[in-house]
Design a protein around this ligand. Structure first.
Ligand code: ADP
Ligand code: MG
Length: 243
């Protein structure tokens, strides 16, 4: 069976700085892959390329059999199939929670107000934030706001969820509720590619951990193998610095 997401030979430079130096990675349906690596190793750039926020210089990105790196594809249509959540949750402060959750689905992805609202409310209920649907974001904690941002990314029923360091802007006591939500998405079979610096979480939730260094995949393995028996010297050094 072919992978849900297939990255082949992805290259990306900014000026003469090569940030992605030929990335090959497959993510299977229902798989959770944790992308780890030092700051500046290219994790965010890779996720942005997959979501077509950056154009790749070379390589191919295939989602569910479709070459989405083809310049002729409609990026908005592709993005409806790829949910993305960033470190900064970027909710619009002047919009109520439910309107934040449904905005892109309605105005970019062509959902009717009724459908988007029904789906948004159902998702908010499911994560225990149904009662906050008509509040403004500043009435919610940072953890609740980030959970709303996750819900927003799910309204279009994406095939793939990209998470970029989604807990790193949160106070430590708010991290758990966000990670718990990711865990429950995993349990529902969501396919997730996530950049994270939460190694304990990666170990617990990921099916595979992929280590990126200077825009190259150095090592990819199941969490136990990756953390307990890293093969590559660069991986060992990275892990040693975290201890
Ligand atoms: P990570 O998410 O692993 O910290 P990034 O993908 O954000 O890494 O960045 C990788 C490298 O690419 C860094 O050196 C960063 O400065 C550079 N970079 C990222 N985005 C841009 C951009 N838009 N223009 C120029 N350089 C960039
Ligand atoms: Mg980053």
């Amino acid at each position: 069976m072919s992978a849900l997401l297939q990255l082949t030979g992805i290259r990306k430079s900014f000026g003469d700085h090569e940030v992605l130096a030929g990335i090959d990675l497959d993510v299977s349906a229902h798989e959770v892959v944790a992308l780890v690596g030092a700051s500046g190793s290219g994790k965010s750039t890779l996720l942005r390329c997959i979501n077509l926020l950056e154009r790749i210089d070379d390589g191919r990105i295939v989602l569910d059999g479709e070459d989405i790196s083809d310049p002729r594809v409609d990026a908005d249509r592709v993005r409806a199939r790829i949910g993305v959540v960033f470190q900064q949750y970027n909710l619009f402060p002047h919009l109520r929670v439910i309107d934040n959750v449904t905005l892109a689905a309605r105005y970019v992805h062509g959902f009717s107000k009724a459908d988007a609202t029904a789906k948004g409310l159902e998702l908010l209920e499911r994560i225990g934030l149904g009662r906050k649907a008509h509040e403004y974001p500043d009435r919610l904690s940072g953890g609740q706001q980030q959970r709303v941002a996750i819900v927003r990314s799910l309204v279009t029923d994406p095939a793939l969820l990209l998470l970029d360091e989604i807990t790193s802007a949160l106070d430590p006591e708010l991290v758990g509720e966000v990670l718990d939500l990711v865990g429950s998405l995993r349990a529902q079979g969501t396919t997730i590619l996530m950049a994270t610096h939460e190694m304990a979480f990666a170990r617990e939730i990921a099916d595979r951990v992929v280590f990126l260094d200077a825009g190259e995949i150095i090592e990819a393995a199941a969490p136990e193998a990756f953390f307990d028996h890293p093969q590559h010297e660069r991986t060992q050094r990275f892990l040693a610095r975290l201890r």
